[in-house]
Ligand binder design. Structure first.
Ligand SMILES: NC(=O)c1ccc[n+]([C@@H]2O[C@H](COP(=O)([O-])OP(=O)(O)OC[C@H]3O[C@@H](n4cnc5c(N)ncnc54)[C@H](O)[C@@H]3O)[C@@H](O)[C@H]2O)c1
Length: 407
């Protein structure tokens, strides 16, 4: 459509007109005919252009004079910050990146190199008080390890800054509550980055369940199998007193479950798990788990999680109800299918989260800007984040006791 609109804007009919005006007589007749043609084209062009303009792509964001640019700071220049968010912040013309805080010289240097950030100041976390006291700063992004989230979020909110944070916004129910209570108190947006909420495929399954097209829900199956396997350094240092497979990874699947069930409260949860990898066994952390949740409505939910999927990043949903079924399948690197005598061949799954959720991560930031503009409120609600953390905590309790945990 954009292409066609462009061709009409620069059509030869249009460029011919000024020359025709220089002549008289027979030329006037031609001019009348041409004017009629041009007005037909301009109506069409207006229609085409308006439909193009109301649906800007994420890379063609429209900045009108009424819109502000926001000054933002970033905490964390590690894996997700460097590969996903900083790139999206830099390319979004509505955001002006003022600084980045990270305590690791290695992370700073690789982030600088990757994005050619030699003009953006990098700071250490000890300097954050003066950075946050800057009145011209509108918002803060938190991409540091989860155990730092609640403090950084609250320090930022209490200085009047809006916050978007990577998931989850705290390590415990009480930390999450502290963050959201403060956001309410200071009346600033707090957005937790559960990016699957912004994925078109997942949203279509959500719409099917929301519209009751599936009838009464009986089963929900959520699959989360990671790729690549996280480093042992990460696995040995993340929530080792709990269960990082649930609190760090399956927390996405639990958020998806809370979303798809419109925050219905489960009655009970049972976790089964296994430690296949001897190094994981040494630290007492499972690499495979299944969580079974039962709801008062009769809905049964199965979440299966694994730390390593050798065939690519595998995230799927299936909802089954009395009237139908909806699935979110994995998209592939390309949509080609090669059928030959020996059989058919599809392209592979995406390697990891930056590729699979590339568009969703961009939409997440656009949504945060809508919240800064006051046009929207954070899509992921306080009550949903609290229920997600309650389910995480009960899932971990069941993992530790080997018994059913009740909510
Ligand atoms: N949404 C997703 O799919 C997804 C995927 C991966 C990670 N995450 C989340 O993103 C967050 C970061 O994960 P990551 O994998 O990028 O971790 P990471 O360890 O690669 O990056 C964290 C960065 O924070 C820096 N840092 C550590 N402590 C700090 C402090 N006190 N102050 C300032 N900087 C500090 C580290 O030097 C590092 O560069 C985690 O909360 C994680 O749960 C989300």
């Amino acid at each position: 459509m954009a292409h066609l609109a462009k061709r009409i804007v620069f059509s030869p009919v249009r460029s011919f007109l000024p020359a025709a005006r220089c002549h008289t007589g027979r030329v006037d007749v031609k001019r009348d005919l041409l004017s009629k043609e041009v007005s037909k084209y301009s109506i069409l062009r207006r229609l085409l252009c308006s439909s193009v303009e109301t649906q800007p792509t994420s890379t063609e964001k429209k900045v009108t004079s009424g819109q502000r640019q926001y000054n933002v700071g970033v905490f964390g220049a590690g894996r997700i910050a460097s590969t996903v968010h900083i790139k999206n912040i830099l390319k979004n013309r509505r955001l002006n990146l003022k600084w980045i805080v990270d305590d690791s010289a290695e992370a700073v240097s690789s982030c600088k190199e990757l994005h050619y950030l030699h003009q953006i100041p990098f700071h250490e976390s000890g300097e954050r008080e003066s950075l946050l006291n800057d009145e011209s700063l509108d918002a803060v992004f938190v991409f540091t390890p989860t155990d730092t989230h609640a403090d950084y979020i609250c320090e930022s909110l209490s200085r009047g800054k809006a916050v978007m944070t990577e998931k989850p916004c705290g390590e415990t129910y009480s930390e999450i509550k502290r963050c959201y209570d403060l956001a309410e108190h200071v009346n600033k947006p707090l957005l937790t980055g559960f990016q699957r909420r912004f994925d078109t495929t997942f949203q279509e399954v959500f719409q099917a369940s929301r519209s009751k097209a599936l009838g009464n829900l009986r089963f929900l199956r959520v699959t989360g199998r990671d790729s690549p396997k996280p480093s042992y350094e990460f696995l040995k240092n993340t929530d080792v007193s709990g269960c990082s497979l649930i609190s760090d990874m399956a927390v996405h699947d639990i958020d998806t479950t809370v979303w798809l069930t419109s925050a219905e409260r489960p009655v009970s949860i049972y976790t089964m798990s296994h430690m296949h990898d001897p190094i994981m066994k040494e630290v007492g952390q499972p690499d495979s788990a299944v969580m079974a949740l039962k709801y008062g409505s009769g809905l049964l939910v199965i979440i299966d999680s694994d730390r390593e999927s050798p065939y690519g990043y595998d995230m799927r949903i299936e909802m089954f109800g009395t009237e139908g079924m909806a699935m979110a399948e994995n998209p592939r690197v390309s949509a080609s299918l090669v059928d030959i005598q020996q059989g058919g061949k599809l392209n592979k799954l995406y390697h990891s989260f930056p590729q699979r959720f590339e568009a969703a991560f961009e939409k997440e930031i656009d949504h945060f800007i809508d919240c800064l503009d006051g046009k929207d409120t954070p899509l992921i609600k306080k009550e949903e984040c609290l229920l997600t953390m309650e389910i995480v905590e009960k899932g971990v309790e069941s993992f530790k006791t080997g018994k059913v945990a009740y909510l």
